[in-house]
Design a protein around this ligand. Structure first.
Ligand code: ASN
Ligand code: ZN
Ligand code: CA
Length: 333
């Protein structure tokens, strides 16, 4: 049967109106992205196993911006997968999560009032719950980028998901999820150094995590200390998130896209940022070339210094910036 790659329209819940790559098959359109490995987006319709049904309809306009239309979450998820694909391809030359050109797939409407989203390496797939009261799907762009980046980590350094390496694994997902959000350059979903600011996961509109000062979430730490590996990985990620913010933007107060950040350093010494683009390149090279499954915070510093040396040289401001940013989270030589 005749199949063609199409440019559909998504009326998303979190990112406004976006273009979606879809597939026309006879008189139907499906959420199948033929431009990015064939990524498919499914509707579990509140089930918790299998794939449910592929989003399919006779119109190529998807969702209505609210949870009243099941395809809205499909549009957000499909947009998140495409933007994550494009971020990795155009920022790092990485073709898909495993760098083999193969797409994952997405499942939306998992369970009932399920307040989480997760990557599963065994199915090579992404799953999104609908959030509290099935009203706040976990399909925002930074969450999508966070979760699929777990697949990238699994395919590269494979940081073990416990102890300090677990915190580094989590931070890597926050770092690249944030990279995806900035990459999108979406006027209704601007980039920030907050995680989950759109999904109202706390019920009071506050974000899940803050990279400039992770302790603002009430559980994460701003700086490394011996024993941080005993925390939940979503809290021991704090120092690495903080390091990435310092490396990108520097310490102190700064307004970016209308959000005010205030980033302290462990030793009170001011840090100058090297810019987010260079910080992303350094973290990606560190992850994919120098880190291993057991890398800890000290090892992450060495990996990032090695990456900065390879990319920019040891006399560069970028190399010095890595040392300064790690000193800012109490990880030194
Ligand atoms: N959403 C969670 C995360 O990516 C799922 C998990 O517990 N791994 O961190
Ligand atoms: Zn995670
Ligand atoms: Ca965000």
């Amino acid at each position: 049967r005749y199949q063609a790659i199409k440019n559909g329209v998504g009326n998303t819940q979190y990112s406004g109106q976006v273009s979606l790559t879809t597939t026309q098959s006879g008189s139907n359109y499906t959420l199948t992205d033929g431009a990015r490995g064939g990524h498919k987006t499914y509707n579990l319709n509140h089930g918790t196993s299998g794939t449910g049904t592929l989003f399919s309809q006779t119109s190529d306009t998807w969702g209505n911006g609210t949870t009243s239309n099941a395809a809205t979450a499909g549009a957000d998820a499909h947009y998140g997968a495409a933007t994550t694909w494009d971020f990795y391809k155009n920022t790092f030359g990485r073709s898909g999560i495993r760098n083999d050109g193969v797409a994952a797939y997405s499942r939306t409407h998992y369970g009932n009032s399920y307040v989480n989203a997760f990557w599963d390496d065994s199915c090579f797939c992404m799953t999104y719950g609908d959030g509290s009261g099935n009203n706040d799907p976990l399909t925002s762009l930074d969450v999508a980028g966070h979760e699929m980046s777990h697949g990238v980590t699994a395919a590269t350094a494979n940081l073990e998901y416990s102890g300090e390496s677990g915190g580094l694994n989590e931070a890597t997902s926050d770092i690249f999820g944030t990279g995806v959000e900035f990459y999108a350059n979406n006027s209704t979903d601007v980039g920030d150094y907050l995680i989950g600011e759109k999904i109202d996961i706390n019920g009071d509109g506050t974000p899940l995590r803050y990279m400039d000062q992770p302790s603002k979430d009430g559980g994460s730490k701003d700086s490394w200390y011996s024993g941080i590996g005993n925390l939940d990985v979503h809290y021991s990620s704090g120092p690495a998130n903080h390091m990435f913010y310092l490396l990108s933007e520097g310490s102190g107060t700064k307004v970016i896209n209308g959000v005010t950040y205030n980033s302290p350093t462990a030793d009170g010494v001011a840090v100058t940022g090297i810019g987010r683009d260079a910080a992303l390149q350094i973290w990606y090279k560190a992850l994919t070339t120098y880190m291993t499954s057991s890398t800890n915070y000290a090892g992450a510093r060495t990996a990032a210094l090695n990456a900065a040396a390879a990319l920019y040289g040891t006399n560069s401001t970028q190399y010095a910036g890595v040392g300064n940013a790690f000193a800012g989270i109490a990880v030194g030589g």
